[in-house]
Design a binder for this molecule. Structure first.
Ligand code: ADP
Ligand code: ASP
Ligand code: MG
Length: 418
């Protein structure tokens, strides 16, 4: 007997027919004698619909009430899955975020899980009942409903797995594993059988939305064995193995060294801001980024040009697209202090990143990237690097082309599709 968490995403929960298939997948594991907790997302498209209602009601909505609205999508699928399980003879009950409870911070719309009390659920699991838990939601210290940020059901699943000391956390989704890049834009992408927490964390943080970044960070910290696999196989048969997210020790040296690049990701949700003619003096850059940081706006890429005797320089950086309006507001208020001439925003950008632990021991990764993009005439607007990642900002029209070109340049294309 194992204790397992099964998480099903939006596409897997989209409609009663799909939910019935999910119920059969859950029954398969339950019948094998496992204790099963299931974490579910809202039906695909539902959270977007609910977010839009809030925006329509008032562009400056109260985040606490936004959470009340958007958390409802998961409540519906939780109840429906419990009903579908009962209908096929599996004893099941729902445990809403406030019922377990899943305690979170009070950062509404972006709450962090603090702890999960699984005592009552454990008793229910021991009685052979399946627990169905809505992803994405929790309860703040003020007693009010919170949500964890978009894609947060992955984090709910990993947190539940850690709290109940589950043997594994299976993330069922609409692809059958983590690929070298998004298989929807590169058909030649290859499935990765095992990936390290570190690489998955980096890939997720630069846009590979197959797992929410925070879920990977939590899995790494709590050593939860995460597997990404398809929810679209025959529900009555054991699933095809997907991708295991594991520690570097489980991958083996050979793999880590020989594989230069593990994956490529893209992120269209960045916006670029250029401040022109910023005075070239010590402390000038601090006057830009201090007010942004006070406003909790994360700046990602930064490029500062060299001043050629003009006494001023342009500074370019990126912020999350959703924060562009707030960033402009903050920077316009600080214009006199910063002393820039003009603020030029641009949302037509995309960040492309290549990730791989092999970069630690190999030179030339960035050069290959720049050459491959240059050969296709793709202009680079900004660059950042970390120990295992190189990212470039380009015009969004070139997103697919850039990802495909880089996928080939790093030798990642699947052989049979070449
Ligand atoms: P769910 O609703 O199950 O949470 P998501 O839509 O959040 O599913 O994540 C799955 C999607 O992630 C896939 O449909 C795929 O388009 C996308 N994706 C992006 N990068 C990758 C990658 N490297 N490997 C697999 N899928 C990826
Ligand atoms: N339903 C939420 C979203 O769409 C959470 C999730 O599915 O992970 O962001
Ligand atoms: Mg998701």
């Amino acid at each position: 007997m194992a204790r397992i968490v099964m998480k099903f995403g939006g596409t897997s929960m989209a409609g009663i027919e799909r939910i019935r298939l999910v119920a059969r997948q859950v029954k398969r594991e339950w019948q094998a004698g496992h204790q099963v907790a299931v974490v579910v997302s809202a039906m695909s498209g539902e959270t977007d619909r609910l977010v839009n209602f809030c925006r329509e009601a008032s562009p400056l909505y109260d985040a606490r009430e936004y959470d009340v609205v958007v958390a409802s999508g998961e409540q519906v699928t939780t109840g429906l899955l419990a009903i579908a399980l009962q209908a096929i003879g599996v004893p099941a009950r729902s445990w809403l975020g406030w019922q377990l409870p899943i305690r979170t911070s009070e950062a509404h719309a972006a709450a962090r899980i603090i702890d999960i009390d699984t005592a009552a659920m454990d008793e229910s699991l021991a009685r052979g009942e399946v627990a169905v838990i809505p992803g994405f939601q929790g309860q703040g210290a003020d007693g009010r409903i919170t949500t964890l940020g978009r894609g947060g059901s992955d984090t709910s699943a990993v947190a539940v797995a850690a709290a109940m000391k589950a043997d594994r956390c299976d993330i069922y989704t609409d692809v059958d594993g983590v690929y070298t890049t998004d298989p929807r834009i590169v058909p030649r992408a290859r499935k990765i059988p095992r990936i390290t927490y570190e690489e998955m964390l980096e890939l997720a943080s630069v846009g590979a939305k197959v797992l929410q970044t925070r879920s990977v960070g939590l899995a790494m910290k709590e050593r939860v064995r995460v597997q990404v696999l398809s929810s679209f196989g025959d529900p009555d048969l054991p699933p095809t193995p997907g991708t295991l997210v594991v520690g570097e020790d489980e991958i083996g040296d050979e793999n880590v060294e020989s594989q230069l690049i593990t994956g490529i990701a893209y992120d269209r949700n960045e916006a670029k801001i250029t401040l022109t003619a910023v005075p070239d003096r010590p402390g000038a850059v601090a006057t830009i980024f201090a007010p942004l940081s006070e406003a909790n706006i994360n700046v990602d890429m930064i490029v500062q040009n060299v001043a050629h005797g003009t006494g001023s320089t342009d500074v370019t950086f990126t912020v999350p697209g959703a924060e562009l309006a707030r960033s402009i507001d903050v920077l316009e208020k600080a214009q006199a202090t910063i002393g820039y001439a003009a603020l030029v925003p641009n949302t037509e950008v995309c960040k492309i990143s290549v990730v791989g632990v092999g970069m630690r021991s190999h030179a030339g990764v960035a050069a290959t990237m720049f050459e491959a993009l240059a050969a296709r005439g793709i202009n680079i607007l900004a660059i950042t690097t970390s120990e295992i990642k190189v990212s470039v900002l380009i015009h969004e029209d070139y997103t697919e082309l850039a990802v495909r070109v880089l996928h080939t340049a790093y030798g990642l294309d699947a052989e049979d599709a070449a």
